[in-house]
Write a protein that binds this ligand. Structure first.
Ligand code: ATP
Length: 193
């Protein structure tokens, strides 16, 4: 696969085969193309040459994506932000139970009726994580997902994340600069240079 932005070449004949149902961690210096790779895998970025091939039918995969920014909808509450992505998948009562489960997991159950403007940076991050965990997907893409969390909370959410992963073992592709996170979470670690 090749990718360029104008004259700037990002990937030249990049060829990677990611194993399925594993946690894959991608590290590498700032600007090397990690986010670009996630955007290509997810289908957000279609401007490249080459192919992204999935082991299932091409194009039928469902993605959850924790972006580098939280991308919460400002006029919806914490609960409604998560409901917004789940409502096409679930009936109301089941959706409520799932949202409550994941809000408890990220310690935000009591804050479910707040608007994003009333949240700290770390709380917004946790809403974005709960939303991605709650959405039923084949592939979970995470771009610096634990950025801005204090160490205790990060450790707790990483533990919970591993528990969630153990329940369904979906394919996870996680970008981080943090080597400790990579070593704790990754079954495979790819370093881009
Ligand atoms: N829309 C764009 N137009 C032009 N250049 C871009 C665009 N998006 C990214 N780039 C460039 O492509 C390169 C790769 O960017 P990318 O965001 O994928 O890097 P990254 O490895 O995720 O970096 P970081 O760790 O800082 O998030 C950078 O040099 C960046 O300037």
């Amino acid at each position: 696969m090749c990718k360029r932005y104008g004259d700037k070449r990002i990937f030249n004949n990049l060829n990677i085969d990611f194993p399925k149902n594993k946690i894959i961690v991608i590290t590498g210096p700032s600007g090397v193309g990690k986010t670009t790779l996630l955007n290509i895998i997810s289908g957000i970025d279609k401007e490249y040459t080459g192919q992204v091939i999935f082991s299932k039918d091409i194009g039928s995969e469902k993605f959850s994506y924790v972006f580098q920014e939280d991308r919460l909808i400002p006029w919806l509450t914490v609960y409604e932000n998560i409901a917004f992505v789940l409502k096409s998948q679930l009936q109301k009562e089941e959706m409520k139970q799932i949202i409550h489960k994941y809000l408890r997991l990220v310690n935000l159950y009591e804050d479910k009726n707040l608007l994003p403007k009333a949240l700290s940076g770390g709380m917004k991050r946790r809403v974005a994580l709960a939303r991605a965990f709650a959405y039923e997907s084949d592939i979970l893409l995470m771009d610096e997902p634990f950025k801005g969390l204090d160490n205790d909370l990060k450790k707790q959410i990483m533990d919970e994340f591993l528990q969630i992963w153990n329940e369904n073992k979906k394919t996870v592709i996680l970008v981080t600069h943090n080597i400790e996170e990579a070593e704790v979470l990754g079954h495979y670690i790819y370093k881009m240079e």
